[in-house]
Design a binder for this molecule. Structure first.
Ligand SMILES: [Cu+2]
Length: 172
């Protein structure tokens, strides 16, 4: 009868049963969800960073640069105050106009049209006031968005008409 002893497989644990128990363990279940939660959080963090990083990319450019337009009979110089404008703060555009001989052009009608270069944000019209000695000035309370804008100047006096576009980079 002792010869039948080895046939006692009931003592052995069934590996299949253990695996089933592990799978139903609530702690284990939580560990399986955790990697997905971490992934979701990092996606949100990455998305937020890339959105912020996209805009200061233009910060190395000069605040104002003149786009070449040799057809203009006058020489125009634009100064932006402050030279590092923020979208939520007032911006003043100071324009100086000189003729072919470098003499200041007074009493010209000067208008500006500000548009965003990378998307359609509408056109903001600016009326420049004459300050004397070829100087003209227009101000804004701020702009709707930081980024690259273009200020198209249209100046006229009698039969003379001059147009020039300037880059205006607005910061956060
Ligand atoms: Cu915009």
């Amino acid at each position: 009868m002792a010869a039948s002893f080895p046939s006692a497989p009931a003592i052995r644990t069934n590996p299949a049963v253990i695996r089933t128990e592990e799978r139903t363990n609530p702690l284990r279940a939580r560990h399986r969800i955790l990697p997905y939660a971490i992934l979701a959080v990092s996606v949100v963090v990455l998305f937020g960073c890339s959105k912020k990083a996209a805009e200061p990319a233009q910060s190395t450019q000069a605040a104002a640069s003149s786009a070449a337009e040799s057809a203009s009979p006058w020489h125009m110089e634009l100064k932006i105050v402050p030279d590092h404008p923020s979208m939520a703060k007032p911006i003043t555009f100071q324009l100086h106009i000189a003729d072919e001989r470098g003499q200041p052009v007074n009493d010209a009608q000067v208008n500006g049209a500000l548009t965003m270069k990378v998307m359609d944000m509408g056109t903001t019209k600016l009326s420049f006031a004459a300050k004397g000695n070829g100087d003209y000035e227009a101000s804004m309370k701020g702009v709707d968005m930081s980024g690259p804008w273009a200020l198209a100047i249209d100046a006229s006096q009698g039969s003379t008409h001059a147009k020039q576009s300037f880059d205006v980079n607005v910061f956060d």
